[in-house]
Write a protein that binds this ligand. Structure first.
Ligand code: GTP
Ligand code: MG
Length: 320
């Protein structure tokens, strides 16, 4: 709540030095329509967007940073901000417990695992569950593999006790045709909030890495792929932070041919994706068609596992 108020009261870019109406318009057209956006931009980006000189761009960035009083905050202030974090239930007591009460808003949660392990199912469940936690809120579903199923949402909504039509109405689905399109869609989420006034509380990117993986093949392209993924994660992280929303991304695993010990799988995207995600869940198939979720790398939670079944109405707990 406080975060949304902050963004409404945020100073306008017109107040920055060297930003007249024409420059403001060009900056806004290039996506730099907020002081925060300018504060975290590079001089090159602003030069490209508005044609101002590099030194003018530097001054703008400097002024934006001062205006926003960016920099160090006390531990107390961080604690205060942590109080605004909400936990989104996935409808399984043991899974929620594993996550410290549910999936956190304000952060990115990454879920990786082999095909059919249930990543897409969790994305669907969150899109419904978020509406229970925040009545009237919206979920954005960026679908890269064409696996979003409205029928499944309706089934789950019944399970969660929400009107199925209403649940569907509050999910904005966008099919991403390639990685650039996917990145653009993530950037457009802010517009849904600011221009359309939607209270977006969840963004699902399913799958985060499939387009990147298909488009950037071969050794020579790895650096570029990682750079783009990094930028994408940055946009998603900013959404989570600025609007206190839950961001959920799914990721496939690849066989690691040189791994003879331990788990022979590894998430795509490597440390870039891992680093940007506050929570990482490894999903795998368990016995008797159950699914096992393992929490890895959570900032303030112990690692652990839980098991459940995927049922028509949602997740069903089982004892490990
Ligand atoms: P990939 O995208 O291929 O990497 O897999 P994924 O991890 O996204 O798997 P997904 O979430 O699609 O999981 C598929 C599994 O969920 C199926 O094998 C089923 O076990 C289960 N499932 C999917 N839909 C339903 C449903 O309507 N009812 C029930 N009971 N189970 C379902
Ligand atoms: Mg899937």
């Amino acid at each position: 709540m406080t975060q949304q108020l902050m963004t409404i009261q945020e100073p306008s870019i017109n107040e920055l030095p060297g930003v007249g109406p024409a420059t403001a318009e060009k900056l806004a057209a290039g996506g730099f329509d907020t002081v925060m956006g300018i504060a975290v931009a590079t001089p090159g980006e602003l030069t490209d967007a508005s044609g101002v000189s590099e030194s003018a761009a530097r001054k703008m960035i400097q002024a934006a940073r001062q205006m926003l009083d960016m920099g160090f905050v006390s531990g107390e202030e961080v604690l205060e901000k942590r109080k605004s974090v909400n936990k989104i239930s996935v409808g399984s007591a043991s899974f929620d417990k594993l996550m410290g009460g549910g999936f956190e808003t304000g952060s990115i949660t990454e879920c990786f695992g082999e095909f059919g392990s249930g990543k897409t199912q969790i994305g669907h469940i969150l899109a419904v569950s978020i509406q229970k936690e925040f009545p009237g809120s919206y979920a954005v579903y960026i679908d890269t593999e064409n696996t979003f199923r409205p029928e499944r949402i309706m089934q789950l909504a019944e399970g969660f006790g929400i009107d199925p039509q209403e649940a569907l109405r509050h999910i904005k689905v966008a099919k991403a045709y390639n990685s650039d399109h996917q990145m653009l869609l993530a950037e457009k989420v802010e517009g849904l909030i600011k221009n359309d006034g939607l209270d977006v509380k969840l963004v699902v990117v399913d799958s985060l890495t499939s387009h990147f993986r298909a488009e950037y093949v071969g050794r020579g392209t790895l650096a570029e792929r990682q750079q783009k993924l990094n930028k994408h994660m940055h946009v998603l992280g900013k959404l989570a932070d600025m609007y206190n929303m839950c961001v959920f991304v799914t990721n496939q695993v690849m066989a690691k041919p040189d791994a003879f010990f331990g788990d022979p799988t590894q998430a795509i995207g490597g440390h870039i994706v891992a680093h940007a995600s506050a929570f990482r869940i490894y999903l795998r198939k368990g016995r008797k068609s159950s699914r096992v979720a393992k929490l890895i790398d959570a900032p303030n939670l112990p690692d652990g596992e839980c098991a459940f079944f995927v049922r028509a109405e949602g997740l069903e707990d089982i004892d490990l």
